[in-house]
Design a protein around this ligand. Sequence first.
Ligand code: DX5
Ligand code: ZN
Length: 220
Amino acid sequence: MEKIISASILSANFSRLEQQILECEQAGVDWIHIDVMDGHFVPNLTMGPFIVEHCRKITNLPLDCHLMVEKPETMVRDFFNAGASVITIHPEANPNIHRTVQLIRDLGCKAGVALNPGTSHLMIEPMLDFVDLILVMTVNPGFSGQVFIPEMTKKIQAISELIGKNKDNIHLEVDGGISASNITNVCQAGANAFVSATAIFGHPKGITAGVYDLRQALVK
Ligand code: DX5
Ligand code: ZN
């Protein structure tokens, strides 16, 4: 599976969003990650389909939409219409995860399921035949700039084993506190898609340097 860097615009400078996304694209980012928070499932309020629509006008890169919301099933159609490529939902926010994942796929998007740090990796087992992506949260969802929880590496390994022979069909994505200093480890644990906000948009030398550092650490 190819190694994917997904730049989370949660830490972007929104007064210059277009330039920032274009710089990501030029620096070789693979996906743009959009963190959707509703102020209920997580203690923060961020972006809706409107922002996805704007991103879609700026870039042709896949838009990796991470829905940290209650009742995501009521919103997936709007995100699809806005231009989402991947829609990831949380089972902690949606008891009928199977139905919602089917809806996402029926719309023509890739369907992802995200697990909070406190959620068992076994939660994903019944869904392995139905998902295109599994997202392991390596911080508690809500904010960028938090510290990577090292114990989550075991969970990445466990899920990588569960995926087993399906490795070519299911992305294993990690999100939270990913930097050039831990990306090699999470990659070795089995992850192939890496979300990053701070290490890209908050890099002291700028976006291009941030993406370069992550990519360099990945090829090691
Ligand atoms: C956290 C979000 C992450 C966040 C990552 O709830 O899901 O995507 O933006 O930010 P960093 O890379 O700064 O941890
Ligand atoms: Zn995210």
